[in-house]
Design a protein around this ligand. Structure first.
Ligand SMILES: C[S@@+](CC[C@H](N)C(=O)[O-])C[C@H]1O[C@@H](n2cnc3c(N)ncnc32)[C@H](O)[C@@H]1O
Length: 193
């Protein structure tokens, strides 16, 4: 048997292929900070790069802050901005962002009722796409194994299908014979030539 990469490994591979030192990224659901750290190590240098971490839970922001503080240099850490608020509306100053990532669902090992919700996730995706730089990328991991997650995944697919093919390139990965398997959607804004 070969090993299929998990949706998160695949997501990280896409981010790594695309990101350059000095880029600006948003982690829309920073949770325990693992994705934020992965991104921070690629884009943050002593002189450049910016990472914006969003989460509605104080605990998530604090965990992410300490993970990044422990694993980055002081100068890199100073390039991270934390927002203890919903990703539903990103500040307009974030126009020109290269990567926006969402890892939907609830914080592992925490209150499962505090989960991303279909309607705010969709508003955030729509708003986030308008902030992307030319060639910019959005990465979404969906968890249809719980009720709200299933709704969120369906609505995200339906929204993605409305995006014009001339402007957006979209790929989708999922283990097809397991309904509850997580899925990964990558959206890339086609650069004007
Ligand atoms: C699956 S976890 C994220 C895991 C994280 N990416 C990591 O690497 O550890 C989902 C997170 O989304 C957060 N969340 C839920 N609704 C949100 C919202 N409207 N805006 C921002 N974060 C939200 C939850 O608090 C939770 O921490």
């Amino acid at each position: 048997m070969i090993n299929f990469n998990s949706h998160l490994t695949l997501a990280h591979d896409y981010w790594k292929q695309y990101l350059k030192p000095g880029a600006r990224a948003i982690d829309g659901t920073c949770g325990n900070g693992k994705d934020s750290l992965f991104i921070a190590k690629i884009i943050l240098t002593e002189q450049g790069g910016e990472l914006c971490c969003f989460d509605i839970q104080k605990k998530a922001i604090e965990t992410t802050k300490s993970l990044l503080k422990e694993n980055l240099s002081q100068k890199q850490f100073e390039r991270v901005v934390f927002y203890e608020q919903s990703h539903e509306r990103f500040p307009k100053e974030l126009f020109g962002t290269d990567l926006i990532v969402y890892n939907f669902g609830y914080l592992p090992g925490s209150d499962k009722t505090i989960t991303t919700m279909t309607s705010s996730s969709l508003s955030s995706i729509e708003n986030g796409l308008s902030l992307l730089s030319e060639g910019g990328m959005m990465s979404l991991t969906c968890y249809p194994g719980h009720e709200e997650g299933e709704k969120e995944e369906k609505a995200t697919f339906a929204f993605c299908e409305t995006l014009e093919n001339e402007r957006w390139k979209i790929s989708y990965h999922k283990q097809l014979n397991k309904k509850s398997a997580p899925s990964l959607i990558i959206i890339q804004k086609k650069a004007f030539n």
